[in-house]
Design a protein around this ligand. Structure first.
Ligand code: AKG
Ligand code: FE2
Length: 209
């Protein structure tokens, strides 16, 4: 007897795919040798991928000292170091594509993947630069792919000046490059709006965080 093929949920859900980078990424030159590349909608069909990230990543709450007290970091985190398998093959593909596209400028691959889960509008990240390691002294790149609820990434020059706002929606790419980590700061502010979760995946070269 022939059994008719029943499409599974996986067949029905669209698989995620990546659009082209070349000719699509838009560069914004900032001051002091910093720049930002932005490509809304780089990842297509990422609903299932968001689901995977929300449920399969071993999210951890962290605490840090502030004003001599221990407080919760207002977002969940997970770090994938060199050699760690990423939770979805599309993210491996995204990292390869970013490495290939930026190789002439960056001169080394994107390796690590830091992940953050902003559970609601109460989760946020305060003004900072990713200045642990080589990025405190040398130009580098941090490439961020965003999934889920759109939240803005704000950027401001360290010396003072008005801030820029990049909306980061489902499947959007933003790359901070040049001196951005040491001459500018970035933040994801809290919002009082009733928003759903957002997952941020940050690809960085080795020795940058
Ligand atoms: O949420 C984001 O995309 C930014 C995260 C960030 O700046 C960081 O983890 O260093
Ligand atoms: Fe950062």
């Amino acid at each position: 007897m022939e059994v008719a093929h029943q499409p599974s949920m996986l067949d029905l859900a669209e698989r995620a795919s990546l659009g082209p980078l070349t000719g699509q990424v838009r560069r914004h030159q900032l001051s002091q040798g910093a720049w930002v590349d932005h490509l809304p909608g780089w990842v297509h069909g990422s609903d299932l991928l968001l689901d995977t990230l929300l449920h399969k990543v071993p999210w951890r709450a962290e605490r840090r000292e502030m004003y001599e007290r221990e407080v919760d970091v207002p977002r969940l985190l997970c770090w994938y170091g060199e050699g760690d398998q990423l939770p979805d093959p599309l993210l491996e593909e995204a990292r390869e594509r970013l490495t290939a596209h930026y190789a002439p400028e960056l001169g080394e691959p994107f390796v690590t993947a830091g992940m953050c889960l902003y559970r609601s509008g109460r989760d946020s990240v305060a003004w900072h630069g990713d200045t642990n390691g080589r990025s405190s002294r040398f130009d580098t790149m941090v490439a961020i792919v965003s999934f889920g609820t759109a939240r803005p990434l704000l950027l401001r020059p360290r010396g003072g000046g008005s801030s820029l706002r990049f909306p980061l929606g489902h499947g959007d790419l933003i790359v901070m490059g040049g001196s951005c980590q040491r001459t500018w700061e970035h933040a994801v502010p809290k919002t009082a709006k009733p928003v759903g979760p957002r997952v941020s995946v940050q690809f960085r070269p080795v020795g940058v965080s």
